[in-house]
Design a binder for this molecule. Structure first.
Ligand code: PEP
Ligand code: MG
Length: 593
């Protein structure tokens, strides 16, 4: 994969991926294997090396004894062919080179036994993965298994679980699911980077929500990393540096300081409205996943919540949310917003957002992004859908709630969803429960069919919100979470610009508002273009609101229209994005470094 830059300078490794949540942080690495524990010390004191070598030998002997025991047990119960797996593990554990290399690292360089074991075994696994032999690459998992066994013995009870951190770490992992990301302890996890993932994967979006600097799509690079190494994570440009030298650390610290200065300067915009230089009022709403994030929106002077991804009520916890859980969450957001609008999107469960409890239901799907997802699932699971709708209608009494259906791909779907909403109103009425009947009902435009039929939809909906994350995925046939096609997943593609234009025109002709709530709205480069196309409503990650306001306040509508006209005349995504970056640098130089 050509976009993964990997350089090794001494022990320093520089890796490039996709920047998904801004900020530069420096801290010790915590590499997540399946055990999710971290190596507490990289070094031991010189005086202690003899004791530490004995500690390593004891752990190694115990591990060999354990494997022998398993070998006998499995041989007796399942037969010798299965016991052979453990014979192979034992050979590896007893390999004199392992002993010599680990003892040398402890004895000569005072590395801790945990770090030395991990370094030696991960180095071996990395070599096996890179030999180009599929069988050997698979056998690397045996090496990781041995590493885990040894670490478990060495760390014993003092093993630090990820849910139980006591000091700041930068997490490096092959992947993190949206559920795992949602439960990261933001007090101690100061950043994370993953080998897989794309710009608009839900894990990436969550990193922005949690305001943790993050890089995804690094490609395979963690086999040789043990944890405990110093890591620089640059969430602005998508770089990860493992074991940086002094000069590199200095350069990144300067960039960290620049960011902090810009952030502090932009704080002055929190209390001002978004208005262009020629007085056009522009509305910037926040996208949220958790009720708590509403504070970040309000503090930054958002005009409301333009997208509340309610499915996160289902991810992370292991209990099915009740109507009261929904109601409580919605009331919290509505109360915090006062008179400001709150767009509550109904459940978008499926694809990469599947609660662990119902994973089996999706197990047979060959293509989950095109499968039972979102409004399709809600329409097939009416009781689940009704629980949510009842709560939204009840909570709507307390503020300006609006309801939005995701991933609508046909008029029939929209009509069916609305009919269920009407049914729920009837039920509440019969039960004498207070609710709001006249709340606006809109839809997300994130499937090409919805763009093609925008005119027809515009006659039936109260508003549109363009979900560019999925719209790009489905238009360009490009998985939003797959780093191997990240270079093809382009917001600046001419087909996407034309689709946005089509929806804006249909909205305009039918007097329906159009918002863009995909990540394209959170990217300052696209603000002049979208303004120039006629968009006046943006819904973005809360952390990006100050930068969006800065762009809006430094541009006039005629200038934005000139930029949009030129961008639309270009026929390559690459040229569009390059041009827009140049324009942003001219309008707001501080935002482009
Ligand atoms: C989108 O698809 O652009 C969107 C906002 O929805 P989500 O990212 O939750 O799929
Ligand atoms: Mg979407």
């Amino acid at each position: 994969m050509g976009f993964h830059l990997l350089q090794r300078i001494g022990s320093m490794q520089v890796r490039s991926g996709i920047a998904v949540s801004p900020g530069v942080v420096v801290g010790p690495a915590l590499v997540l294997g399946s055990e999710n524990f971290r190596i507490p010390n990289k070094f031991v004191s010189r005086d202690a090396v003899d004791v530490e070598i004995v500690r390593f030998n004891t752990a190694l002997n115990q591990v060999c004894a354990d494997i022998e025991e398993h070998e006998i047990l499995v041989g007796e119960q399942l037969g010798s062919q299965y016991a052979a797996i453990f014979s192979a593990h034992l050979l590896m554990a007893k390999d004199p080179r392992l002993l010599t290399e680990v003892e040398a690292m402890i004895g000569e360089e005072a590395y801790s036994p945990e770090y030395a074991v991990s370094k030696v075994l991960r180095g071996l696994a990395e070599q096996m993965q890179n030999l180009g032999d599929e069988y050997l690459a698979e056998r690397a998992s045996d090496v990781f298994d041995l590493e885990k066994r040894l670490l478990r013995k060495l760390l014993g009870e003092s093993r630090e679980e990820i849910g139980n951190l006591t000091q700041p770490v930068i997490i490096l992992a092959h992947d993190l699911t949206p559920g795992e990301t949602a439960t990261l302890n933001t007090e101690f996890v100061i950043g994370f980077a993953t080998e897989v993932g794309g710009r608009t994967s839900h894990t990436a979006i969550l990193a922005g929500a949690l305001e943790i600097p993050a890089v995804v799509g690094l490609g395979r690079c963690l086999a040789g990393v043990s944890g405990g190494e110093t890591v620089i994570l640059d969430g602005d440009h998508g770089h990860v540096v493992i074991d940086p030298d002094e000069a590199t650390l200095k350069r990144f610290r300067a960039s960290q300081e620049h960011n902090n200065r810009v952030r502090v300067r932009l704080q002055s915009l929190d209390t001002v409205e978004s208005e262009t230089q020629d007085g056009q009022r522009v509305y910037i709403y926040g996208n949220i996943e958790f009720p708590e994030e509403v504070t970040q929106c309000i503090n930054r002077g958002a005009d409301g919540v333009g997208l509340y991804r309610t499915e996160f009520l289902y991810l992370g916890g292991n209990k099915e949310p009740t109507e009261e859980d929904h109601y409580e969450a919605y009331c919290k957001v509505l109360n915090a917003c006062g008179d400001l609008p709150v767009v509550i999107r109904t459940l978008d469960i499926g694809a990469d957002k599947v609660p662990a409890r119902i994973r089996d239901r999706f197990a047979d799907s060959q293509n989950p992004m095109l499968g039972l997802r979102s409004i399709r699932l809600s329409l097939q699971s009416t009781p689940l859908f009704k629980v949510q709708l009842r709560a939204v209608l009840r909570a709507a009494v307390y503020g300006d709630a609006r309801i939005m259906f995701p991933l609508v791909s046909s008029l029939l779907e929209f009509r069916q969803a609305k009919m269920i909403l009407m049914d729920v109103m009837e039920d509440l009425e019969d039960e004498g429960i207070p609710f709001r009947r006249d709340l606006p009902v809109g839809m997300m435009v994130e499937v090409p069919s919805a763009v093609i039929l925008a005119e027809e939809f515009a006659r039936e909906v109260d508003f549109f919100s363009i979900g560019t994350n999925d719209l790009i995925q489905y238009t360009l046939a490009c998985d939003r979470s797959d780093p191997s096609v990240a270079n093809l997943y382009r917001s600046g593609d001419p087909s996407i610009l034309r689709m946005i234009q089509t929806v804006l025109e249909a909205g305009e002709r039918n007097g329906k508002t159009v918002t863009v709530c995909g990540q394209m709205s959170s990217d300052p480069r696209f603000i002049p273009l979208l303004l120039g196309l006629g968009l006046r409503q943006f819904s973005a990650s809360p952390h990006s609101i100050p930068r969006l306001k800065e762009v809006v306040r430094n541009i006039s509508i005629p200038e934005a229209e000139r930029i949009a006209a030129h961008a639309c005349s270009l026929d390559l995504a690459r040229d569009v994005e390059h041009y827009l970056l140049g324009e942003l640098g001219r309008i707001c130089p501080d935002l482009v470094v």
